[in-house]
Ligand binder design. Structure first.
Ligand code: KG4
Ligand code: ZN
Length: 342
């Protein structure tokens, strides 16, 4: 008896990464990501430049993903693409391309919600991968979102709490900018934090609801703290970079862990996942592993390559929808704003 191979091409273009991936029956065959270096010198993503770079990258990235998978485009069973949320100009490139390709190949088109896809990356089948059982709770932490989501089945999700202002990735990136680090600063803060003392400079944590987040106050506190210190010592940042990064990261991760603890208390669910770009952070990964030992949680930490934006997560979400015969009409449009529940 032979099982039929289902090949799904995923396309991601919601922000500043152009990515394409082919998966077969839930297993990743290729996952090509073209980062856009152009934004670093502007200290943040410039939407107009992002869509232009997507336009340049999309054809070679898709071609490479298909080639690396060892198939041809005629083997594909469906095209999945990010419908939103994200930057409209960026989303339109992936959406239009996916539509044209699906039409040209006469195969189903499947729209995917980027926030759901970050979570559904946990369902990629791989050696040693741990797939969460339903229901589980996921902390989605990225450059644009910070939310705690209860997942009842692949496509039934409920937001238990979210940020009332900045996303946690923004907190990392804006703090990094204050320290003169290039965009995106999150990975650099992580790197330097590993060499510093996390208790060197205490920052206060925001007072918001049990499952809510707020990071704009922290950013301001860091800015004022640095300004004050620099008045006394113009080389303050240079001399204390590692300790500052460690202290900022410690404060942020403490906030995230305390909210997860609240979520466990509120829901009674101890299957805890993390997703999104900030789940690449070494400290949150370490702390979750400790939570298994100390608090009896079962934790689900995505493989590093499925944390920041990638098309494998779009392809797996597309595959799960494909199995449900959940296809999109060709008139589907990109949505800059889209909740994880939509
Ligand atoms: O999920 P993602 O790639 O894009 C969005 O959908 O927003 O997340 C990007 C965010 C950026 O803010 C980046 O600084 C942050 O993830 N990030 C990190 C790390 N790696 C990426 N933040 C902290 N530590 C890291 N190692
Ligand atoms: Zn993302």
């Amino acid at each position: 008896m032979s099982t039929k191979n289902i090949y799904i091409l995923g396309i991601e273009s919601s922000c500043d990464d152009t990515s394409a991936s082919v998966i077969c029956n839930g297993k990743v065959l290729s996952n090509v990501v073209a980062n856009q270096e152009i934004h670093a010198k502007y200290g943040g993503v410039v939407p107009e430049l992002a869509s232009r770079a997507h336009q340049q990258n999309i054809v070679p990235v898709v071609q490479q993903a298909i080639e690396q998978a060892g198939i041809t485009k005629h083997d594909l069973n469906a095209i999945a693409f990010t419908r939103g949320p994200g930057l409209m100009g960026s989303l339109l490139v992936g959406t239009s391309f996916a539509k044209s390709l699906a039409l040209g190949l006469n195969i189903p088109l499947i729209d995917v919600n980027h926030m759901q896809a970050h979570i559904l990356a946990h369902f990629i089948e791989e050696e040693g991968s741990k797939i969460p059982p339903f229901p589980f709770v996921c902390l989605t932490i990225s450059g644009g979102h910070t939310q705690i989501v209860k997942i009842t089945n692949h496509f039934e999700m409920e937001i238990l709490g979210e940020t009332i202002d900045d996303a946690v990735g923004e907190a990392f990136d804006k703090s990094a900018k204050i320290l003169g680090l290039p965009y995106p600063g999150g990975p650099l803060v992580d790197k330097y934090a590993q060499l510093g003392n996390p208790k060197a400079f205490p920052f206060t944590k925001p007072k918001v609801g049990d499952l809510e987040f707020s990071f704009s106050g922290l950013k301001t506190a860091i800015l004022y703290f640095i300004r004050k210190q620099e008045k006394e010592n113009p080389d303050f940042i240079k001399e204390n970079l590692y300790d500052i990064c460690a202290s900022i990261q410690y404060t942020i991760i403490e906030i995230l862990m305390s909210k997860l603890k609240n979520a466990v208390k509120h829901t009674g669910i101890k299957h805890i996942a993390i997703a999104g770009g900030v789940s690449a952070n070494s400290e949150i990964r370490k702390r979750l592993q400790l939570a298994e030992k100390h608090w009896g949680w079962t934790t689900y930490i995505p493989k590093f390559e499925y944390t920041t934006d990638n098309a494998a997560m779009i392809a797996i979400a597309g595959y799960l929808k494909y199995l449900n015969n959940d296809y999109s009409d060709i008139s589907v449009t990109a949505q800059a704003r889209l909740k994880v529940t939509e």
